[in-house]
Each structure stands twice: as structure tokens, then as C-alpha cells.
Design a protein around this ligand. Sequence first.
Ligand code: HEC
Ligand code: HEC
Ligand code: HEC
Ligand code: HEC
Ligand code: HEC
Ligand code: HEC
Ligand code: HEC
Ligand code: HEC
Length: 247
Amino acid sequence: MGLSNLSLRALGLAVLSGGAAMLFLSMATAVPAQEQEPIEYVGDDLCAECHVEQAGKLQGTVHADMLEFLADEPAGIGSCEACHGPGMLHAEMAGSEDPGFRDAFVTTPDPDGCVGCHLEVRGQFSLPERHAVLQGFMECSDCHDPHGSFNGGLRVEAQNATCTQCHTDKEGPWVFPHASREVEGCTVCHQPHGSVNPHMLPFREVALTCLSCHPGQPPFHNQPEFAECLSCHVQIHGSNLDKHFLQ
Ligand code: HEC
Ligand code: HEC
Ligand code: HEC
Ligand code: HEC
Ligand code: HEC
Ligand code: HEC
Ligand code: HEC
Ligand code: HEC
């Protein structure tokens, strides 16, 4: 999260707990029968008794030990509840098989809960070119498994497969794949949280993205008509016909 980690988190948590309090109020109005019920935290151990799978995946991940980031929250809050909100009501109702237990949470973890802590990421998704997460068409968990995964960065799949589950036309295989894509993955050229540049590229000019890896392009390219790389290299992700991606 960069240099101002601590202050960002403190601010994020203030937003998070503010959001939880607001949702708590709206829920108390929506479900009058439960007005008297205390909405309280129970801690991870109780959640884990019923949710073995999620508890197991969470172990050892960056989200497993969020207590130290939750100094302002009431005692007893666990990592599960940092995202899902206070769970005592849910746990009690689930134990008694009260059918309302599914709706007994007071927070929507994704994306509201996520960006409550990850303020920087909220900023990225507010840039002009981005996936429509804050608009509700996608979720953080389309790309990340919040409970944990074996792929770097909590990705749902190994590098490119996280992206090609939706962008199937970029999956290949090609006779002539663009090697950078094979080795370093989509994110070497695209910033999936958002960017000010077209197609979420790292630079405003496409050529600057290309030249960052191809500084010594062929000598005959040293002419103005070669400035628009994609006007000739049209199959930039890979081609079955031409090793220079010209068709
Ligand atoms: C007494 C057992 C029990 C306890 C304790 C319990 N749950 Fe659950 N929970 C359930 C059951 C049963 C379901 C429904 C599971 C299903 O449909 O597969 C459920 C569903 C959920 C869901 C999905 C809700 C939905 O909208 O479908 C979440 C999130 C959840 N629990 C989180 C928690 C957290 C966090 C805790 C600890 C604060 C917790 N649970 C404690 C039994 C429990
Ligand atoms: C970093 C935030 C985060 C943490 C920490 C977290 N969850 Fe979740 N959980 C989510 C999100 C987001 C979803 C919805 C996932 C989806 O839509 O695919 C979810 C879904 C669930 C579900 C529904 C079934 C499923 O897997 O989709 C259960 C049950 C659950 N969580 C239990 C827990 C328990 C128990 C813990 C603690 C051991 C926990 N969660 C910790 C964010 C979190
Ligand atoms: C209570 C605060 C909190 C909440 C809520 C939260 N996170 Fe995090 N998350 C953290 C912290 C702390 C880290 C540690 C690394 C860091 O500072 O980036 C982290 C790291 C991550 C990472 C980087 C993992 C890595 O291996 O580098 C991802 C991805 C992530 N969170 C996604 C999510 C998603 C998705 C949600 C919502 C479902 C969520 N987070 C909710 C606090 C939170
Ligand atoms: C379109 C896919 C996608 C979506 C949607 C997405 N992310 Fe990511 N995110 C990534 C990728 C890819 C990385 C880089 C992972 C790596 O290799 O470390 C990443 C990295 C991160 C990191 C690590 C720090 C950083 O910025 O590199 C955090 C934290 C994070 N994401 C949080 C979130 C949150 C919160 C949301 C929802 C608001 C979200 N992400 C939605 C793809 C996505
Ligand atoms: C859950 C489906 C889904 C996943 C996963 C996904 N995307 Fe997307 N992506 C979309 C949709 C839908 C759009 C359409 C644009 C919009 O949201 O306005 C899009 C748009 C884009 C664009 C911009 C297209 C344009 O015309 O400018 C790029 C680049 C992109 N995605 C790259 C990625 C990368 C890289 C990843 C993996 C880190 C990824 N996507 C993961 C669904 C997805
Ligand atoms: C070497 C850099 C590079 C890599 C690696 C790369 N892309 Fe692209 N991508 C581009 C460029 C440049 C454009 C703009 C193309 C245009 O304007 O015709 C683009 C456009 C896109 C678009 C929008 C236009 C379209 O063709 O649909 C999507 C979606 C996309 N890329 C997804 C991906 C995915 C998914 C991956 C990983 C499998 C990936 N890209 C890897 C450079 C790259
Ligand atoms: C992240 C680094 C990276 C970026 C960015 C990148 N490339 Fe590449 N590109 C490579 C690598 C690595 C190869 C394989 C080079 C080789 O085999 O000699 C390659 C191969 C090529 C080839 C085929 C060359 C050959 O001899 O097979 C062309 C043409 C090409 N790139 C054009 C582009 C264009 C145009 C862009 C911008 C849209 C671009 N590249 C962006 C790394 C990159
Ligand atoms: C007017 C069409 C055109 C434009 C515009 C163009 N190229 Fe090319 N490029 C070609 C052709 C044709 C070749 C194949 C040359 C050959 O046969 O050796 C090529 C080859 C390449 C190669 C492979 C060189 C090698 O040694 O094999 C790279 C890398 C490359 N171009 C990068 C770029 C970049 C970066 C840009 C934008 C700054 C760009 N090209 C713009 C036509 C173009």
C-alpha cells in the first residue's frame, strides 16, 4: 500500500467501521423483530467450527491476521468479521437453524468492505479506464480469492488464467505468441485496477509501452510512419499467421 501504510489503514478502518455502523442502523430498521438482538463479534474460532473450508484457506495469508489493523474495533473481532461484519447473530441463528441466518450479516464484503481498507485500490477503480467494479458489474473476488489461494496476490487462478476466464479470445495458444505475454503475463501491459490510459496500458502512447521493451526496434522503423505501432502490428497478443503479428 505504499509509504503511508499506517495512516491509510487507519483512515480505511474509520471508513469501514463507519460503514458498518450505518448498515447496522439500516438493518435495525428493516428487521424490527431483531431490534433487541445485540450485533456483536464472536471471533474466528467460532466461525471456524462451522466453516472449516474458509478457515483453512485463510491460514497463513495476508488476511489471516488482521487484528493488528483493527485496533479501534471492539475486542474479540476476528479476521472473518473484519470482512463479513459482526457475526454473533448469524452464528446463533445458524446454531438454532433459524432460516434468517444468511441475511444476518451487517456488511457486504465485496467490494464495499474491501475498499474500506484498500482505499488506494478504490482510487484506482475510479480512474477513467477500469473494470466496472465500483459500478457493481464485477467484484474483487472475480480476480481475487479473499479467503486465500496458492497464486500470487490472492489471484483466483495462476497469472493469465485469472484474466482469460473472461477474456477467452486472449488465451491462445498461438503459433506466434507475443513472448512477453507468455513470460510476464497480461499485467506487464495492463493495469487491471485501472489507469488513465486507453486499454489500461501503462503509458498514454502505445509506442511508449512497446519501446519500454523494444528500445532497439529495427532501424527502418526510424521514420514518422512507424510511430503508430498497432497500425501494422495488428495482432499484438499473438498471431497464427505472422511472427511479427502483422496479420
Ligand atoms: C453454527 C454454525 C455456524 C457458525 C458458528 C457460523 N456459521 Fe456461517 N453459515 C452457517 C451455515 C449452515 C451457512 C449456510 C452454508 C451453505 O449454504 O453452504 C452459513 C453461511 C455463511 C455465509 C454465507 C452467507 C450467504 O449469504 O450465503 C457466510 C459469509 C458465513 N456463514 C460467515 C460466517 C462467519 C464470518 C461466522 C463467524 C462470525 C460464521 N459464519 C459462523 C453456519 C454457521
Ligand atoms: C478479506 C475479506 C474476507 C475474509 C477475511 C473472509 N471472508 Fe468470507 N467471503 C468474503 C467474500 C468477498 C465472499 C463472497 C465470495 C464470492 O462471492 O465468491 C465470502 C464468502 C464467504 C462464505 C460463503 C461461501 C463462499 O466461500 O463463497 C462463507 C461461508 C465465508 N465467506 C466464511 C468466512 C469465514 C468463516 C472467514 C474466516 C475464517 C471468512 N469468510 C473470512 C470475504 C472474506
Ligand atoms: C480489515 C482490513 C482489510 C479488509 C476489509 C480487506 N483487506 Fe485485503 N489486505 C489487508 C491488509 C492489511 C493486507 C496486507 C498487505 C497490504 O498492506 O497490502 C491486505 C492485502 C490484500 C491483497 C494483496 C495480497 C498479496 O499477496 O499481496 C489483496 C489482493 C487483497 N488484500 C484483497 C482484498 C479483497 C478482495 C478484500 C475484500 C473481499 C479485502 N482485501 C479486504 C487488509 C484488508
Ligand atoms: C480484473 C481483475 C482484478 C480485479 C477486479 C481486482 N483486482 Fe486486485 N489485483 C489484480 C492483479 C492481477 C493484481 C496483481 C497481483 C500480483 O501479481 O501480485 C492485483 C493486486 C491487488 C492488491 C495488491 C497490491 C497492488 O495494488 O498490487 C490488492 C491490495 C488488491 N489487488 C485489491 C483489490 C481490491 C480491493 C479489489 C476490488 C475493489 C480488486 N483488487 C479487484 C487483479 C484484480
Ligand atoms: C469477470 C470477468 C473479467 C475478468 C476476470 C477480467 N476482465 Fe477485463 N474486462 C471485463 C469486461 C466485462 C470488460 C469491459 C469493459 C468495462 O468493464 O467497461 C473488460 C475490459 C478489459 C480491458 C479494456 C478493454 C478496452 O477495450 O479498453 C482490458 C485491457 C482488460 N479488461 C484486461 C484484463 C486483465 C489484464 C485481466 C486480469 C488481470 C482481466 N481483464 C480480467 C471482464 C473481465
Ligand atoms: C505486450 C503488451 C500486452 C500484453 C502482454 C497484453 N496486452 Fe492486451 N493489449 C495490448 C495493447 C497494445 C492493446 C490495444 C490494442 C488495440 O488498440 O487494438 C491491448 C488491448 C487489450 C484489450 C482490449 C482490446 C481487445 O483486443 O479486446 C483486452 C481485453 C486485452 N488487451 C486483454 C489482455 C489480456 C487478457 C492479456 C493477457 C492474456 C493481455 N491483454 C496481454 C497490449 C498487451
Ligand atoms: C514487457 C516487454 C514487452 C512489451 C511491453 C512489448 N514487447 Fe514485443 N516482445 C517482447 C519479447 C520478450 C519478444 C520476443 C523477442 C524475441 O524473441 O526476440 C517480443 C516480440 C515482439 C515482436 C516479434 C519480434 C520477433 O522477432 O519475433 C514484435 C513485432 C513485437 N514484439 C512488437 C511489439 C509491439 C508493437 C509492442 C507494443 C504494443 C510490444 N512488442 C510490447 C517483449 C515486449
Ligand atoms: C508501417 C508498418 C509498421 C509500423 C507502424 C511499425 N512496424 Fe514494427 N515491423 C514492421 C514490419 C513489416 C516488420 C518486419 C520486418 C522484417 O521482416 O524483418 C516489423 C518488425 C518489428 C519488430 C521485430 C524486429 C526484429 O528484429 O525482428 C519489432 C520489435 C517491431 N517491429 C516493433 C515496432 C514498434 C515498437 C513500433 C512502434 C514504435 C512498430 N514496430 C511500428 C512494420 C511496422
